[in-house]
Design a protein around this ligand. Structure first.
Ligand code: PRP
Length: 542
């Protein structure tokens, strides 16, 4: 039998019995909570024209949309996002309606996903949009709807983090850098890459925005982070946004949600989309955000009617899958660290030992893969480099130690918080002595174990290259005339030298990094920061 006859596409699945009942129960509770607050359901088509989404929401790139060509040759997509169609409705169908309008939806979104990452290509979202009102009252209206929905979903203990789009926008404008530099800085803040952000901002030490921008990835936690940023900058736009967040925080506290609110001034995703408050919800044991929302005052205007709006979407499937509160508590009580087997493992363990952890079981030879450190709530997992990223991204491990080479090649959603400073080497472009890849009319052929790193390097140079993936001893490829050059790791340089090759250009420095799961960083901040500073401190004592 043809396998496509009996299986479902990548990222989709059948839900039978208990999981189906659980999903519908969570969905129903969230819907009810929104209906109780006066939101009315809208249902939009599962298929819409590509043009609806192409410009409106840059967060879903065209490569992530599932496309269909209709009989007339027009490109349609399976709905990749729920807010955009609602903005279309608000701008085109609500003429004469009394504002604000409260709408909610409970429908699937569809994405075209890369194979083998365990991501979903369809999932059910329930969300709310408050259209036609602006200001504190409106923001509190939508935020309290979000808190109540998660409470009513009986999802276990959750946190909602708050940020404000103006903070990054004002600081980066004050820094006065070009678009590419601004994007590089934004990405480093988003990934909480403290060390790399410091390097990127080093040339701007004289700028008034410098200190606050450097601190942005660390400015998450309780209301005290608002005090901290107020001492770092006199930028009026930033101070106004911070004062606003303080009012929101106080109001949420008064409404009884104080325990569940955290502040993250490093929320800088989708900066073209959000115009005011931004928020994301996390649940213990769910590896990624279960709720995302904010104010997006510029979206409806893209469909021809200028209306302020704010809203959020809840990933009810992730909530249903995360299980009961008791399970969550158990997950949260143990902090799991994934170490990259081999050299990085040894160096990381040396640091843990220097910091006072008992790692004797890991030092004795065995084939065991999971170890509980005595007298701690820490579990150490040994994995291959790329798998460290997979485990951390999915939240089954809270943090991991992995080389920058694997991070650059594999990418993913996690915080890259610390450069541990060991495992140092570099990516370099190399070829036979005296040869070059530049200045030819021919498209150069590059052999590499790292096709993504190679593509990114040459695309920054606006150069087309053909990459050939090689699994090891990449130096052979130019010697055997399969490729013009290689992009590979160089440590001592002896492999290149002994094979008559030389570096043409450095691509990027590499060292061991600590990566942290997005939800764990928020739900277990103190425990994770203690482990990170132990790893750093161990370095000083070595
Ligand atoms: C890495 C890299 C180079 C070599 C560089 O290979 O791919 O081949 O080390 O080190 P050097 O500059 O100190 O000579 P690895 O030993 O991991 O084996 P592989 O090529 O088979 O992957």
């Amino acid at each position: 039998m043809n396998r496509y006859q009996i299986s479902t596409p990548e990222g989709t699945r059948d839900l039978l019995f208990a999981p189906a009942r659980r999903l519908r129960a969570v969905e129903q509770r969230v819907r009810q909570s929104l209906e109780d607050r006066g939101y009315s359901e809208v249902i939009t088509p599962a298929i819409e024209y590509y043009d609806v989404f192409a410009q409106a929401n840059p967060a879903v790139g065209q490569e992530n949309m599932l496309k269909i060509v209709d009989r007339a040759g027009r490109i349609c997509v399976a709905r990749p996002d729920n807010t955009t169609p609602i903005a279309r409705i608000a701008a085109t169908r609500l003429e004469g309606a009394e504002l604000p309008v409260r709408l909610y939806y409970s429908q699937k979104v569809f994405r075209s996903i890369a194979e083998g990452h365990g991501h979903k290509s369809e999932f059910l979202q329930v969300g709310a949009e408050l259209i036609g009102s602006d200001g504190l009252e409106a923001d509190l209206d939508i935020l309290t709807a979000a808190f109540s929905a998660l409470e009513q979903a009986e999802a276990g203990s959750f946190r909602i983090e708050l940020g404000h789009a103006e903070i990054y926008k004002a600081l980066i404008e004050a820094l006065g850098v070009d678009e590419q530099t601004a994007e590089d800085i934004r990405r480093l803040i988003e990934n909480k890459s403290f060390a790399a952000l410091g390097d990127a901002l080093a040339p701007y030490q004289g700028s008034a925005a410098y200190q606050a921008l450097c601190a942005m990835p660390q400015l998450f936690g309780g209301v005290e982070v608002l005090d901290q940023v107020e001492h770092m900058t006199g930028n009026m736009r930033v101070l106004a946004a911070v004062a606003y967040l303080r009012r929101v925080y106080t109001a949420l506290e008064q409404a009884g949600f104080g325990e569940s609110v955290i502040i993250d001034l490093g929320l800088v995703h989708e900066m073209d989309y959000y115009t005011g408050i931004m928020f994301r919800g996390y649940l213990g044991g769910a590896g990624a955000a279960i709720l995302a929302g904010g104010r997006y005052n510029a979206l409806c205007a893209k469909f021809g009617r200028d209306l302020p709006a704010a809203g959020f979407g809840i990933d009810v499937e992730r909530i249903a899958e995360t299980g009961s509160e008791a399970d969550n508590r158990q997950v949260r009580d143990t902090i799991r660290i994934a170490l990259t087997k081999g050299r990085l493992e040894k160096k990381t363990l040396a640091r843990m030992k220097a910091a006072g952890y008992d790692i004797s079981e890991l030092e004795s030879p065995s084939r065991k893969l999971i170890f509980r450190l005595p007298d701690t709530n820490i579990e150490v997992v040994l994995a291959k480099a790329a798998d460290v990223i997979t485990y951390v991204e999915h939240g089954v491990c809270d943090l991991g130690v992995v080389g920058k080479d694997t991070i650059m090649e594999k990418g993913g959603s996690f915080y890259e918080m610390v450069d541990l400073g060991f495992g140092k080497c570099r990516f370099a472009l190399a070829t036979k002595k005296g040869k070059t890849v530049y200045g030819n009319y021919r498209t150069p052929v590059i052999a590499t174990k790292y096709p993504e790193v190679t593509r990114a390097f040459f695309s920054r140079k606006n150069m087309d290259v053909e990459t050939i993936k090689i699994e090891g001893s990449v130096e052979l490829a130019p010697l055997l005339e399969l490729a013009d050059a290689i992009v590979d790791i160089v440590e001592t340089g002896s492999t290149l030298k002994e094979n008559g090759l030389e570096v043409i250009e450095d691509v990027a420095p590499i060292s061991a990094r600590v990566i942290v799961n997005l939800a764990s960083a928020k739900m277990n901040k103190t425990a994770i920061q203690r482990i990170i500073s132990d790893l750093e401190r161990g370095g000083e004592e070595q």
